[in-house]
Design a protein around this ligand. Sequence first.
Ligand code: BEZ
Ligand code: FE
Length: 651
Amino acid sequence: MDNVVYQTAPARVVFGPRSTDQVHDEVGRLGRSRVLLITTPAMREAAARVEAQFPPGAIVRFDDAQMHTPVKITEQALVVLNAHDSDVLVAIGGGSAIGLAKALAVRTGLDQVVLPTTYSGSEVTPVLGETADGVKTTRSAPEIRPETVIYDVDLTLSMPVGLTVTSAVNALAHAAEALYSAQANAVTDALAVRAISAIGHALPVVVQDPQNRDARSELLEAAWLAGTCLGTVGMGLHHKLCHVLGGTFDLPHAATHTVVLPHALAYNAPAAPGVMRRIAEALGVPDAPSGLHDLISSLGGPTSLATLGLAEGDLARAAALAAASSYPSPRPVTEKGMRALLTDAWHGRQPGGGRRYPGAELRQLLAEVEGSFGDTAQPRLHALLASLVRHLHGYVAENDLTEAEWMAGIDFLTRTGQMSSAKRQEFILFSDSLGVSSAVDILGNSRNTGTTPSAVLGPFYVEGPPETPQGTDIGAGLDGVPLLTEVRVVSDTGEPLAGAVVDVWQSNKDGFYDVQLPEVEGPVLRARFRTDDDGLLRYWSILPSDYPIPTDGPVGEMLAATNRHAYRAAHVHFLINAVGHQQLITQLFPADTTYLDSDAVFGVKQPLIVEFTNPGGSTPDGREIAGEWRRLDYTFTLARVPAVATTRTSG
Ligand code: BEZ
Ligand code: FE
């Protein structure tokens, strides 16, 4: 699991039939007794049930809560609250009553006990939207979030069927967007899947039988779970679109959610195939966006923005507004994409321009391919192949890959293979330039603490370099700044390793290895040494140079197409073998070389960057040098071979 910060809202939830009768106890639990009861006239009956629980004079009712929480109404309610000296707010209703309770809470600091009668989730968020002089402003603060939520299914039995559908899809939207939220985590994932599955199951039952208490209860529980997702993780594209359509074009909240959600899911489907699979499975449909669209239309819910009152001429502005601000979405949001999405939603078309996302077929295909490896005898091979096809299929699905794109990829790989030979390792270069070689190196060689980090071997190593006595100049008189290398090879115990075999190779001052230069009779700037009794090795060469990796093949095309340079930071290669120790393949980089931050093969590691000093004056071995010379000192620490060899298993 990725890094997760999970913070739950401190709200207390009381869920169950007839829980309206517990308002008095819950108010007492908060240490309060003088209630301002906020409702709308439609909730008169429930309000009376609450009033009956309190002694005369302890409760005063304000039942003029209105949509969009007008500040004018909040001020009227404040007068009532002050006159009565209320010390707690109780709200029964949907967005209007809960919005007013939040508006009063943020002004007075009073606690809130809310009894939601829709599935909107407002009761669990710290967000308040208010209107003054026709302008809506939204704010978020911890004290806005109600302290206690009472979910009583009885309060939802009379919800009209139309509102039931749109409100439940509103809840479903919270769960769906939680699944691909940047903050998604194990807790909200589980809540979201359960909420979606409950809505998919219970909503058709309620539409057939609006008084069905079990199904109503299931929907209310789903609203609670989905609301918890809404209150815990950030929402994405769908909520942004609904915000634009509601805020700028005044479309009704829940109905807008209902029309937009299948289209927002279709837009994100290629970038979040796993999430779409979970939604589809939870709803029991083959494909999430079209399955949801079909479910909504079979239940008589709205499927077109035109029927909600949006003018066709406003689509371009809505698309521009939706694309203007940045917010998290699995698939990058473009104005063109929003225009297509909103146009489909306006006409009431099938989501995704009527093109169905073949998620079920893709899943079936992958299952067949994975199954085809079922008889593989070696468990590790089985695991690697199954994982490979999962990632390849995921790559194809996630990017909605076209045949032309796939064939271009195949052509690239084919040419990479055709160019590869014993002398030209274009495939290894491809792996290097994608950072894959370094990833494998990190996994295999960075598990020992306190030892020298490794780095990629590269294509210029030649097996079996000539054994060379210590002190030799392997530069063979080549032009360049003389470099004296003095290194020590020690064990991770700190003990010097005598007789360690150290292969070294490096570029010349122009960045070429001997094997790249037909005119050079090698081996030059490459040798095999042995450490002395103190684990020491001393030899001369010249300063290496940065150099480009070969660009005359497919890898070069890739670098050009992605505007990447081809250079490696200057370095010297070492391959060290010592008895009883793990082989170390590594490189040392002069601290003053360029490209340390952008090495073309991602081979640089901080501990391998070394000052190649400029001591001046005479050399320690008395070699006469007219001009500048440099010195490289380093200690290589090798890991001991573990006493009992361990192998990685597919476990
Ligand atoms: C090298 O350091 O020699 C090298 C490593 C990876 C790719 C190309 C060159
Ligand atoms: Fe190199």
